[in-house]
Design a protein around this ligand. Structure first.
Ligand code: COA
Length: 154
């Protein structure tokens, strides 16, 4: 891939193929709440329009930390061909902006232990001990606070 990705809001149908391929070994990849009006799906596209990364953000109580307006990140996946080139980072940055714009103050996720370093690089901290998720493997809970939205004008 050459050039940076562009990240934008999309319908769930756009994120499902990559979510399935990367996170469900090609199996069904729908998540409860995918169609809720408050749920936001983001896709990162290569310059040729190909979807190379996906993530979903939705309001949800955080099991480990009280917050006024917590949001959960799920379904984070990038195409193996583009890993290490910034697509995941761009999705996280755009996701934080979405949550901030909608008034969220905390973003949390159940991170695969193999991906915890990725979230840590973006400012998340580990909030739980390791726990197993059926058929997927070891996870840790991670959280990051969401800065207030940048307001324009004077
Ligand atoms: C985890 C994942 C989304 C990262 O995506 P990516 O496109 O490779 O991420 P980026 O290229 O934007 O990397 C951003 C930074 O995180 C680092 N990073 C990426 N994956 C990492 C990992 N698994 N562990 C530690 N650091 C990682 C990169 O080196 C980069 O560091 P830098 O800031 O020094 O440049 C991707 O590897 C993936 O889809 N993995 C399989 C599915 C998965 O585990 N999803 C998460 C489920 S909770």
């Amino acid at each position: 891939m050459s050039g940076p990705v562009s990240v934008g809001e999309v319908g769930v149908d756009v994120v499902l193929p990559l979510r399935s391929a990367v996170l469900r070994d090609g199996g069904p990849a729908g998540l409860p709440g995918d169609d809720d009006p408050a749920t936001v799906h983001l896709a990162a596209r290569a310059p040729d329009g190909r979807v190379v990364g996906v993530v979903r953000l939705a309001p949800a109580p955080c099991p480990w930390q009280p917050a006024r307006a917590p949001w959960q990140l799920r379904g984070m996946a990038t195409d193996p061909e583009v890993r290490g080139t910034g697509a995941g980072r761009a999705l996280l940055a755009a996701g934080l902006e979405v949550v901030a714009t909608r008034g969220g103050d905390l973003l949390w996720c159940n991170a695969r232990q193999t991906a915890a370093g990725f979230y840590a690089r973006a400012g998340f901290r580990v909030a739980t001990g390791p726990f197993d998720v059926d058929l997927i493997g070891p996870h840790v809970g991670m959280v990051t606070s969401v800065p207030g939205p940048v307001r324009g004008g004077r």
